[in-house]
Design a protein around this ligand. Structure first.
Ligand SMILES: Nc1nc2c(c(=O)[nH]1)N[C@H]1C(S)=C(S)[C@@H](COP(=O)(O)O)O[C@H]1N2
Ligand SMILES: [Mo]
Length: 279
């Protein structure tokens, strides 16, 4: 009976609790845990409710009645997602189940990402003159400087960057959550299914589904390696980073962000890669 028992080893197997916890990683993971993850069923229930509330809220809006909107906000779900009428259920399952936060690493394991891809960033630009354009279907919503992005809460993540060419590397990014950025525009950007981003010269461009964009690990990045300003080769002054997609989607030097209902053009999708390029 006791034959099958393993021989005791001299060294006790270290348990997870004995591993030193990196305070930066611990803080990041606590922040993520606080951002609510929903099941598909929860989402469906809430989005149906949101559609109802949406109709009432439009009518109520004429009378300056904001109570319903407040109620919606209390649910702590990205408003853009709730307002999206059609959504990709498969992506939702993959992104928003509790266990589908991408793995994070201690910042001590990070190194400066090797530089890959210079479409749209070959020429130097005047970083002080740079502005971020934000467009909706009706035209320009805002033109912002970097301070406007930095005014949003800063989040830091140490994640694995994966390139379609087959290499990967652990690196640290800091910046604003795209969800915070989008929600700062309120109803002006609600209900869109996709986001398109272009370099200022429009040479490089990516299209992303709104589910990925509203995920808590999708950041508009302005610093790297725990606080160094993003350098020009890595996309200064502002780039996208998300551990949910291959590197081809993580556009460096963002010039324009557009909210749209049609699947946007994408540089590498036009060259044979999967449009979603989801990890
Ligand atoms: N503007 C721009 N962004 C880009 C690219 C590019 O060619 N131009 N290449 C992409 C690819 S394929 C990868 S793997 C990552 C690499 O980011 P890095 O150069 O900061 O390591 O950037 C992505 N973003
Ligand atoms: Mo890549």
């Amino acid at each position: 009976m006791s034959d099958a028992e393993p021989t005791p080893t001299a060294e006790p197997i270290p348990t997870a609790s004995e591993k030193p916890i990196d305070p930066r990683q611990a803080r990041y993971e606590a922040e993520l845990a606080a951002s609510k993850s929903l099941s598909v069923d929860e989402f469906r229930r809430l989005s149906r409710r949101s559609v109802l509330f949406g109709g009432v809220a439009v009518a109520a809006g004429f009378f300056g009645f904001r109570g319903i909107q407040k109620q919606e906000e209390a649910d702590n779900i990205p408003r853009l997602l709730r307002a999206t009428h059609e959504f990709n259920e498969d992506l939702w399952r993959r992104l928003y189940r509790e266990d589908h936060l991408a793995k994070t690493f201690p910042p001590s394991e990070a190194s400066v990402l090797r530089v890959k891809g210079r479409h749209g960033i070959r020429e130097d630009i005047d970083l002080d003159a740079w502005r971020l354009n934000v467009d909706g279907v009706g035209g320009r919503i805002a033109t912002l400087d970097l301070d406007a992005v930095k005014a949003l809460p800063r989040h830091e993540m140490t994640i694995e960057h994966k390139c379609v060419e087959g290499w990967s590397q652990v690196t640290t990014w800091g910046g604003a959550r795209f969800s915070d950025f989008a929600e700062s525009f309120g109803s002006a950007v609600e209900g869109f299914d996709f986001v398109s981003m272009n370099t200022p010269d429009r040479e490089y461009y990516v299209g992303l589904d709104i589910e990925t964009m509203m995920h808590p690990q999708t950041l508009l990045v302005y610093d790297m390696m725990g606080g160094d300003p993003l350098d020009s080769e890595h996309g200064a002054p502002l780039r996208l980073a998300t551990p949910l997609k291959y590197g081809i989607k993580q556009i460096k030097r963002i010039g324009t962000i557009s909210f749209t209902n049609t699947q946007p053009a994408d540089f590498w999708a036009e060259r044979g890669y999967d449009w979603y390029s989801h990890l």
